[in-house]
Write a protein of this length. Structure first.
Lengths: 239, 252
């Protein structure tokens, strides 16, 4: 059981697969994911600045070339690390209590914390759907994925119209609203939890760390949901 | 408060042995409000013995809240409804005439049921034996201020040392995680000068042992702190994570 005399490499492998190490991987990938989410939201909020600003931003992102693929593979790697550690940890946690309670009081925890894994599954399915929809254009093919317009540097994709057409469909808009509610809840617990797991949420950092999750969840939730709602209610794209 | 006896309905977990299937059994007890919870169970057992039935097995020892033996989940809460209170210090005045109380054992793979409400908590002893000690000679009690310890470190170490190893944190945790227990032990010793010699090895060995016993991991629910009869702060887990990373960065 004790690893004191094992060869150094065996000890390292053991250390990296301990519950705390897996949790740290989950936390660090979570921090990276949360960073991406806020960046993604700020980029897309340019919808509110109009067609020109949004399509210019889209053109810039599309023209990143190899850097775009580095970023995409990096994000996939982060997602893989987050999901695989989640699977391992949930298995361990479930196995740790084979027989449940007749009744169990919850004194402190939150809805978000209790349903973290389920919210994660919803988000994973949504990410696949979202990539098929906006990144790959493999579903909802009649909504203008292939549209182009003339920009200052020649022809470029008209993503603005694709987004407007997509969110004008109430079913698609509501799917995005629902998925972002799940994201908000996941972040409300996760963005606090990740700092606690890397040992940050103690002493003078306790209060800021406990505040950051719910605050982050509300900001990202409201920001992302504002776009489908704005399209659906005609605030943007009505012209 | 009334001194009148109350009629209490009990739904108690019965399990003949580790491998037998358990079930709930209903009983009625007349309990005085001044009785402790365990005294109420003593009354139940006397009743059962008089009827020629098997008494309910439950762990108890000091009955003054310091040994950590009286492990049972009362209406879904380890040690019952009162904050910072062990089962033995819980009194029947918390209840009203006619109340029904559900009593279950700690439920965790690492704490198998031995009989009825008694679980095997030796997993905690093995974690403690793995590294929760100071093996350098610390001599007899030193003169005051012979070993300078900062006020804050002394206070925190003392708070974490208050852990009685009862296992309520495991029982309360949705993941049956032992991290509050392990972190209290690690934090207590790593904050003090006497604990520095084995600081790196201690956290590694105790976390290894914790995983080996089959406890779950922390997902920051905070249920452990809310159920701890010694109100040990969940901040201990943050300190454990720090200690573990610090050990991870050390060269061996």
């Amino acid at each position: 059981m004790s690893s004191g005399n094992a060869p150094p490499l065996d000890r390292l492998v053991k250390a990296l697969t301990s519950t705390i190490s897996l949790k740290i991987v989950m936390a660090v990938t979570g921090i990276a994911g949360a960073g991406f989410v806020i960046f993604h939201m700020l980029g897309n909020l340019q919808m509110f600045l109009g067609r020109e600003a949004y399509n210019t931003y889209a053109e810039f992102m599309q023209n990143l070339g190899e850097l775009k693929w580095v970023a995409r593979l990096g994000l996939l790697g982060i997602l893989f690390g987050h999901v695989s550690t989640a699977v391992l940890l949930v298995q361990r946690n479930t196995a740790a209590r084979p027989e449940g309670y007749y009744t169990q009081k919850r004194k402190r925890t939150s809805v978000a914390a209790v349903y973290m894994a389920q919210l994660g599954i919803v988000l994973l399915l949504f990410i696949i759907y979202h990539i098929l929809h906006f990144t790959g254009g493999m579903i909802h093919t009649d909504l203008g994925y292939e549209l182009v317009e003339m920009g200052p540097n020649g022809a470029r994709r008209d993503l603005y119209t694709h987004v407007i057409n997509s969110f004008s469909n109430p079913l698609i808009a509501l799917t995005y609203v629902a998925a972002n509610l799940a994201l908000a809840l996941h972040l409300a617990h996760g963005a606090t939890s990740m700092f606690k797991t890397i040992g940050f949420g103690v002493g003078r950092w306790k209060v800021p760390v406990e505040a950051i999750g719910p605050a982050f969840g509300v900001i990202v939730g409201l920001g992302n949901i504002s776009m489908p709602i704005a399209v659906l209610t005609g605030v943007i794209g009505a012209n | 408060m009334s001194d009148e006896n109350m009629d209490i309905k009990l739904k108690v977990w019965r399990q003949k042995g580790p491998t037998q299937a358990g079930y709930f059994e209903d009983h009625k007890v007349s309990a005085n409000p001044h009785m402790s919870f365990l005294e109420m169970l003593d009354v139940l057992n006397e009743q059962l013995l008089n009827d020629g039935k098997e008494p309910v097995a439950f762990d108890h020892d000091c009955r003054e809240g310091i040994c950590g033996a009286c492990s049972m989940v009362i209406d879904g809460a380890p040690h019952g409804p009162r904050k910072g209170t062990t089962t033995c210090q819980l009194h029947m005045r918390e209840y009203n005439d006619g109340d029904e109380i559900v009593i279950e054992p700690w439920r965790a793979k690492a704490f198998p049921v031995i009989k009825d409400l008694v679980v095997d908590r030796r997993a905690f002893d093995r974690i403690q034996q793995a590294g929760g000690y100071v093996s350098v000679s610390t001599g007899s009690s030193p003169d005051a201020n012979a070993i300078p310890i900062g006020k804050r470190d002394a206070d925190e170490a003392f708070d974490y040392a208050a852990c009685i190893g009862c296992g309520a944190c495991v029982a309360a945790c949705p993941n049956a995680s032992a991290m509050l227990f392990v972190s209290a032990k690690v934090a207590h010793l790593s904050l003090l000068p006497q604990g520095q010699v084995e600081r790196v090895e201690r956290v590694r060995k105790m976390v290894d042992a914790m995983d080996f016993e089959g406890f779950g991991g922390c997902t920051n629910h905070g249920e452990c702190e809310a159920s701890c009869p010694k109100t040990i702060s969940v901040d201990a887990i943050g300190l454990l994570n720090r200690e573990y990373m610090r050990a991870g960065l050390s060269r061996d």
